[in-house]
Design a protein around this ligand. Structure first.
Ligand code: FNR
Length: 184
């Protein structure tokens, strides 16, 4: 069975290392997972006053894309020890109006990354906190804190060692099994 996975990258930067990481992860995933990268940079900041019968078009687009997905995969940097505001905003937009949470029940994957050694641990766990209330059953193991992002990929964006490749593949194999268990 094939599953459609929505990918949300926490960095809006064109040359984002976390986007390189997300691309590499999707390429190493088992073939029954199909990926769509979801734009989050164009979402107006969540404001309940705008959530009328005609909410902002970008909100409607995000909500439809997540509704159609079988699973949600988050690849994010850490901003000041937490998740970037753009990603939090996307989560907020998809969680409302009250009673119409589009994230609920979608098997989730959280991968955090940083240029330094800590691998975005703080962002990873802040994100996991929010996924609890959004009712996203998130893969527990393996946890994925990817440090030293600037050293892991070659110019084409492929992992530059077998060790990195095996590590990223292991994450995606576990996620595919998780999706298979919960989304079927
Ligand atoms: C950062 N960065 C950062 N890194 C980290 O490990 N812990 C942190 O708390 C922060 N805080 C932070 C705040 C802000 C506002 C910015 C812009 C950056 C550095 C960041 O993780 C690093 O630059 C990553 O390479 C950013 O990811 P992308 O954009 O390359 O995907």
């Amino acid at each position: 069975q094939t599953f459609e996975i929505a990918v949300l990258v926490g960095s809006l930067r064109k040359g984002a290392l976390t986007r390189t990481l997300a691309n590499a992860l999707t390429k190493l995933a088992p073939e029954n997972l199909r990926f769509t990268f979801i734009e989050i940079g164009d979402l107006p900041l969540y404001n309940p006053d705008l959530d009328t019968e005609t909410p902002p078009a970008a909100w409607v687009r995000l909500r439809n894309e997540i509704t159609q997905a079988d699973g949600v995969m988050f690849v994010t940097p850490e901003y000041n020890r937490a998740l970037p505001a753009a990603l939090k905003n996307a989560l907020d937009v998809g969680s409302r109006p009250y009673g119409s949470n589009v994230w609920g029940g979608k098997p989730g994957l959280v991968v955090s990354g940083s240029g330094g050694a800590l691998g975005g641990y703080g962002a990873n766990h802040h994100l996991r906190d929010t996924l609890v209330v959004l009712d996203v059953p998130t893969l527990s193991q393996p946890e994925a804190y990817v440090g030293h992002l600037g050293t892991l990929f070659d110019q084409t964006g492929a992992p530059n060692t077998d060790e990195t490749k095996a590590y990223l593949s292991k994450i995606m194999t576990a996620y595919a099994a998780w999706v298979g268990k919960l989304a079927a």
